[in-house]
Design a protein around this ligand. Structure first.
Ligand SMILES: [Zn+2]
Ligand SMILES: [Zn+2]
Length: 126
């Protein structure tokens, strides 16, 4: 199992967890020690490392998120590109006179947005 250091973010194997004991004052006149576990890099607290659901990477995940920074950026950029493609295809599909007509008629443009939102909602409900 892999863990992530909360101090520096490094990923390490749970086999490498540092087991130590620290002085915890005196008890009944004898020194008392408390055992603890720490990351091998910083001797700090750590959590189970999460894996990006898209690329499987353990790096670049923030907080409790399921997707790494790179994938989030990539997927959003591709959505933007798709929207650009739709825009340019719109201009190829319809000539100027047709586009003028579409601009004047009361076509429900929100339906375009709606189609995309519906696809996302389908995924949420799946
Ligand atoms: Zn560390
Ligand atoms: Zn990823």
């Amino acid at each position: 199992m892999l863990c992530r250091c909360l101090e520096c973010g490094q990923i390490f194997d749970s086999d490498d967890i540092r087991h130590g004991s620290e002085y915890a004052g005196e008890a009944w006149g004898a020194p008392a020690y408390r055992s603890y576990e720490g990351s091998p890099c910083c001797d700090a607290d750590f959590v189970d490392a999460k894996q990006c659901k898209i690329c499987g990477s353990y790096e670049g995940l923030e907080g409790n998120e399921d997707y790494c920074k790179e994938c989030k950026k990539d997927v959003s950029a591709r959505l933007d590109k798709l929207l650009d493609r739709i825009k340019s295809e719109y201009k190829e599909e319809f000539d100027e006179a047709e586009r003028e007509y579409l601009a004047e008629c009361d076509y429900d443009w929100g339906a375009l947005d709606g189609a995309l939102v519906a696809a996302v909602e389908d995924e949420k409900n799946a």
